[in-house]
Design a binder for this molecule. Sequence first.
Ligand SMILES: [Zn+2]
Length: 67
Amino acid sequence: MPYCPVCDTSIDLEATPTAPFCSDRCRLIDLGRWLDEAYSVPAPHSLDELDEEESEAPASAEADADE
Ligand SMILES: [Zn+2]
C-alpha cells in the first residue's frame, strides 16, 4: 500500500484521483515545497570562476583513481 508523501496516510491508488497524494490539498503542499526548494537554491557561480577552480586541481589525482 503506497503512502502519501506529504502526510503519510495510506492511499488506494485506484480509488484516489489525486494519487500519489491522498488529497488535492497534499498535492498542493508538495508542489509548494518543491517551489520553495527551487527558489532557495543559491545563484550559481559564473563560468569563469568554475574554470579557475578546475585548473587548480592537481593533475595526479586522476592517475591515482585509475587503479
Ligand atoms: Zn496526504
